[in-house]
Design a protein around this ligand. Structure first.
Ligand code: SF4
Length: 254
């Protein structure tokens, strides 16, 4: 489920901002479709997955409250600072879902901690993202830290530093590859990165490739696996499935 309108933020690595990107269903269409499944806590809905759900915080919260009435588990991802008012709303939604065996999962996206502004404009600071994780954990809301996309200049050390700033509050981590246009980054990174065509992009986007910073992704995964209290997942769906099956409280510190 993607946003109705283009995300107003400006992440230079964003494939969804490209003029030839075709979003998935609008929120309205997706809400209607979700309603046809009836109350079903085994379904997972990911609203605004190619946008920023809290670019307009009131609209984002409204979507989440509507979805929570349908009784499906919800996974969202954000790069915005969450106000106390929003945290209270998210806690209410999570409580509502918890009663029927579903959950709300909030992914905080942290692709860089050094030189973040080289890649992102309009998003919140790293400090605010860690505060988000703390506030969510204190409310017992499931969190995921997404080191995604793994950018070509993300070193293994920086990836581990990201884990270290998140792990007091979040034990679940995902990564993800970096999608780009053929011409933009490949000249400088082709030598050290493996590139693969993106099958899920349609025919008119044949110039899109994925740059897989495999060395950093491997180091990141190994670092997380070296810490028994942390968990690495292939994606948000897997992280939510694991949480639903264990229903563990994400709060690690008080
Ligand atoms: S917040 Fe997400 S959708 Fe918006 S510009 Fe950044 S990467 Fe793209």
């Amino acid at each position: 489920m993607s946003g109705d309108v283009k995300c107003p933020l400006s992440c230079s690595y964003c494939f969804a901002l490209q003029p030839n990107y075709v979003p998935q269903d609008t929120v309205d269409a997706a809400l209607k479709e979700a309603a046809t499944f009836g109350k079903n806590s085994s379904l997972l809905v990911q609203p605004c997955c190619d946008s920023e759900i809290f670019a307009r915080p009131d609209d984002g919260m409204k979507i989440l409250f509507l979805l929570s009435e349908l009784g499906h588990s919800i996974s969202i991802s954000t790069k915005m600072a969450l106000s106390d008012h929003m945290i209270r709303g998210l806690a209410e939604i999570n409580g509502r879902l918890d009663k029927i065996g579903a959950l709300l999962s909030v992914t905080i996206s942290i692709p860089k901690i050094y030189n973040l502004r080289k890649y992102e404009l309009g998003t919140c600071s790293i400090d605010d993202r860690i505060i988000n994780l703390e506030k969510l954990a204190r409310e017992g809301i499931h969190t995921v830290s997404a080191i995604r996309p793994v950018l070509p200049d993300l070193s293994a050390k920086e990836a581990k530093d990201i884990v270290d700033v998140c792990r007091p509050w979040c034990s679940n981590f995902v990564d993800g590859p970096f999608y780009t246009r053929r011409s933009k980054y490949l000249k400088s990174h082709a030598a050290q990165e493996r590139t693969t065509k993106i099958e899920w992009l349609s025919n008119d986007r044949k110039d899109w490739l994925v740059i897989d910073n495999a060395a950093t992704r491997l180091a990141l995964k190994e670092y997380i696996l070296d810490h028994p209290e942390l968990r690495f997942f292939d994606g948000n769906i897997q992280a939510v499935e694991a949480a639903l099956s264990s229903k563990t409280c994400p709060l690690k510190s008080s």
